[in-house]
Design a protein around this ligand. Structure first.
Ligand code: SF4
Length: 511
């Protein structure tokens, strides 16, 4: 007799700084509908297993990483570590080095955030199927094998694999291969953000028939509940983080991820997959947001991580009137509310320690063409107000869009230099054209590499500002500038925005 209805698995590799929020949400929804559910964070467990699998050291660097292994792991679980950025950085990089060593025999590059295996392209369905057929070629094979007796004991009727990031694709399918062999009669379903994006391609045709029983787009709770002939009455649930091994996550403090909405309320930026995929905006009712946060506060978070693409101004206004149960950070847009210094101060008082803000360009014409809906004069005012209020800023920049040339890119650089004292972190990225976006249809495009599941195209830049020229600009002019380099060097390696809030003044003063 089966004991469990649904087992949800979060496969490697994804940043292991916090538990997987989507699965916690799903578990809660299923339990409310009387469908029993458990979660295995195979990402966290698998990474630990690889870190501890390295025993031999040929090189001095590996010997040192092995010697410091437990000390470094302990350091990444302690708020003490944020007092000394260099020590923190060394701990992250030494543990990450061990992941690299564990991947080497498999010709696989493994980091805390990435997974690249020679001969397996994660956007080629043929390669994903091959990964399932040859799971022993995967560095996580031994760890996945150790999972099988546990799964057998749970005896789930359905196993759900959540595939969110491309760095999880090859390992997800290697795991699926092992599950198919060990449990041929158990229903296997595949869902998650990446599956949703793949399924939004107009030419989508399920290539995984025969390997998994169902692929489920979107949030999945209705479909999964229906498998048990039950129905979902409520759309939004407080994520279920019971049984989470909080202190195992690689984070200086306990971080609770929480989404106050799905999709994006703005949904206008021309370069954004949210628009290309036409995802619906679905906000959690505000009263429920605050109730849920109060409930989640019982887990004693050091930080709430809001997962929204952009916190809506209406919610921010309500947050600003409250004393939130824990410090928090998340994405917001440069909206008029933030032009009021008192509003920024109120946000800080509510517990906001850092805002992630998509500036993309320091050129107004480019911003207008992107339909960002922001004015540079306003951005300038907002950055100063946030600085004054004590809220750190993580600014996202996008180079190489079809509207940009080197002249506009240089204006972006100048904007950053002019506001360097108000910018704590920057993330300069190279533009990728979403396939099936309106822009993509207007330009001459090519796939980055052969892959039927690719979500981005390479394109002929209409003004000749091609990727190699953009890359040169970034290395020769942008990142090499001493002021910009200093900002970039402050970025926590690999964990970036996930750990950045811990290096704000607020946490530096907490011991
Ligand atoms: S605000 Fe962000 S998520 Fe929303 S459309 Fe623009 S880029 Fe996309």
């Amino acid at each position: 007799m089966p004991n469990l209805d649904v087992l949800l698995i979060h496969p490697p590799v994804a940043k292991p700084g916090e538990p997987p929020a989507g699965l916690a949400q799903l578990k809660s929804a299923l339990k409310t509908a009387q469908v029993s559910c458990e979660i295995i964070d195979a990402n966290l467990e698998g990474l630990y297993s690889l870190i501890h699998s390295v025993t031999q050291a040929e090189h001095r660097r590996t010997r040192m990483a092995l010697r410091n292994r437990e000390k470094n792991i302990a350091a990444l679980h302690s708020l003490e570590t944020v007092q000394n950025f260099d020590n923190y950085k060394r701990s992250v990089l030494e543990i990450n080095h061990l992941l690299g060593e564990a991947g080497n025999p498999y010709q696989t590059l493994i980091t805390f955030t990435d997974y690249k295996q020679k001969e397996f392209v994660p956007v080629r369905s043929h390669d994903l199927i091959r990964a399932a057929e040859q799971p022993e070629r995967n560095p996580f094979f031994k760890y996945f094998s150790s999972l099988l007796p546990r799964i057998e004991k749970l005896a789930p009727q359905v196993i759900g694999i959540s595939l969110i990031y491309l760095s999880q694709a090859i390992t997800s399918f290697a795991l699926i291969g092992q599950l198919c062999r060990a449990f041929p009669h158990t229903k296997l379903v595949l869902g998650g953000g990446l599956i949703t994006s793949w399924m939004s391609r107009p030419d989508w045709k399920n290539p995984f028939v025969g390997l998994v029983d169902e692929v489920i787009p979107g949030r999945g709770e209705k479909k999964l509940t229906a498998l048990f002939h039950k129905a979902q009455k409520n759309n939004f649930h407080v994520p279920d983080y019971h049984n989470v091994e909080w202190d195992h996550y690689f984070s200086p403090g306990r971080v609770i991820p929480y989404a106050t909405s799905y999709g994006c309320y703005w949904r206008s930026c021309t370069f954004c997959p949210e628009c290309a995929e036409q995802n619906r905006f679905d906000p959690v009712p505000h009263d429920q947001v605050f109730d849920n946060l109060n409930t989640l506060a019982a887990h004693k978070p050091a930080l709430f991580h809001f997962l929204d693409n952009a916190l809506s101004p209406s919610l921010l206004k309500k947050i600003a009137r409250r004393d939130m149960p824990a410090p928090w950070y998340g994405y917001a847009r440069f909206t008029p509310e933030l032009e009021d210094p008192d509003f920024c101060y109120a946000l800080r008082q509510s517990g906001c320690v850092l805002l992630q803000l998509g500036l993309e360009s320091g050129d107004q014409h480019v911003l207008d063409k992107m339909q960002k809906g922001i004015q540079l004069e306003a951005v300038s005012r907002i950055l100063h107000h946030l600085k004054k209020a004590g809220i750190a800023t993580f600014i996202y920049l996008l180079f190489g869009t079809p509207y940009e040339t080197i002249a506009e890119a240089r204006r972006t650089k100048q904007f950053v230099l002019d506001h360097a004292d108000c910018i704590n972190y920057i993330n300069p990225a190279l533009f990728n054209m979403p396939v099936f976006s309106d822009e993509s249809e207007r330009l001459s495009t090519r796939p980055f590499y052969e892959g039927d599941l690719s979500l981005y195209h390479s394109f002929d830049h209409p003004k000749g500002w091609h990727r190699d020229r953009v890359r040169h600009f970034l290395s020769d002019e942008f990142t090499s500038h001493s002021v910009i380099r200093k900002i970039l060097n402050a970025n926590p390696p690999l964990f970036t925005s996930n750990h950045a809030p811990f290096f704000t003044d607020f946490y530096k003063s907490v011991r």
